[in-house]
Design a binder for this molecule. Sequence first.
Ligand code: ADP
Length: 319
Amino acid sequence: MKRIGVLTSGGDSPGMNAAIRAVVRKAIYHDIEVYGIYYGYSGLITGQIEKLEIGSVGDIIHRGGTILYTARCEEFRTEAGQAKAIEQLNKFGIEGLVVIGGDGSFRGAEKLTEHGFPTIGVPGTIDNDIPGTDFTIGFDTALNTVIKAIDQIRDTATSHERTYVIEVMGRNAGDLALWSGLADGAETIIIPEVEYDMNDVVKRLRRGHERGKKHSIIIVAEGVGSGIDFAKKIQDTTQLETRVTVLGHIQRGGSPTGFDRVLASRLGAKAVDLLLNGVAGQMVGMESNVIVAHPIAEALAKEHEIDLEMYQLSQELSI
Ligand code: ADP
């Protein structure tokens, strides 16, 4: 293999730049040329492709977002779209591809491999919802962003003796809600993986209030429903003054944490190693601090699992 491509796709996450940098530098270190594909699969179809040099990825390791930009692309879901993409790859003489993104992007990577084009997936999403890795790139940064926001809300919640509902990102996965809830001592954590009982939520709130707690923090993962609706229900039931904060896209941005930069560097480099060893259709991940690889199809066939022991712990510590 003499020339590879790299793209970022789907929702962006902090640390994607560090992963791009690792792919580019690792490849060049092995005398392989690297082409950057802009705007994900969309730019792949339209040929928005440029050669990247060592300097192209200078000064980006600490930046959020992605210098290659990202996109969602309906056309790529079709056979015709995928054929166009492979045509472009052939036109540029690219022989292997690294796709940095979430599970949707991995489905696209799997399609390319099925069509005979060697593709490796690097998990980049703040949701931490990809089986085959303990952590996805961006999760730790988003977690720390949420924690900082909740710390600040906690100050004002205490001053005014209010209940706060905080909606965090996570369509199908409650990891961000669970980890931030545990890290911030939230009274209640509502996640898609565990059914909740409103009576229990109210009971916990009242109990805390009666023993003189100055505030309550409830974290709701967006996948369960709107934080605004949830706050209204709580206020109507308890008559406790309840406010809501929807954290939104601040969770996607910001300078990646040290953890995410190191994870991204290790995973990006491993993706290049795999391509150079003739491997295709695999995703890289980290399990128990070891960098591993699994077939993408295998990972996509599995359901993401939440750590139920950790959920139980969060309940026990917030009595
Ligand atoms: P993420 O990668 O963050 O999960 P999406 O689910 O939006 O984001 O997926 C990103 C892109 O991956 C889609 O816009 C589409 O181009 C491609 N993709 C998703 N699912 C498939 C699929 N089943 N087949 C081919 N391409 C897909």
